[in-house]
Design a protein around this ligand. Sequence first.
Ligand code: HEM
Length: 208
Amino acid sequence: MALTDLLSNVSLLVRWLHVIAGITWIGMLYFFNFVNVPLQGALDDAAKKAVNPKLMPRALWWFRWGAMTTFLAGVVLFTLTYAYRPGQGFGMNENFISADGSVSDRGVWILMGMLFGTIMWLNVWFVIWPAQKKILSGQAGDQLAALRKRAGLFSRVNTYLSAPMLFGMLAPAHYGAVNGFTLLVAVALGIFAIWWSIKTSFQVGRSA
Ligand code: HEM
């Protein structure tokens, strides 16, 4: 049945694009935060000068375009899943609106996920990338330290947001029920997982 159903096929393709681009984006984010930050601390200036101009433009290309593709596919996925009624056109559907007219539990989860994901996307395109572009072009001048700090801080914020964000992506279709407590647990568990990973990133691989 789904084979001949155009909407199901388009939905699956967009969902696939969304997740594969999301893996690319968040994979790069975790590379920067769990591998590159401890690595840079272990390199001297000469090694940094040799490695970074070749490494960073490549990594940042996948990072920012992964973010853009994830975001755009996410917006299309949201429209198809929550804001479209087959045969009737666009408008919020029963996935988003409950029988009593309030936002559904599924809708609350995806709103949380999209809020965090959209903040992360804005941070990539309007803070991290502009700062990195200046740093890499050698035009930072005496702003260099401030730009590095700003890019690093927003990258850390995005890393912390990423894990709660993923609960917001997974729960709508695979869990459903929501209340203040479940949201709090999702955010706390996500933040703890990232805190543990950052702490561990300074301990692993030092002898290799
Ligand atoms: C940037 C803003 C983002 C928006 C607007 C967005 C939007 C969405 C939407 C609308 C869904 C469908 C939920 C449903 O089926 O009820 C979804 C699912 C999903 N998203 Fe996102 N998303 C974003 C970022 C991300 C990121 C960064 C990842 C990282 C991998 C991600 C991974 C997923 C996954 C794994 C699913 C579940 C697919 C499934 O179970 O069928 N999303 N997203």
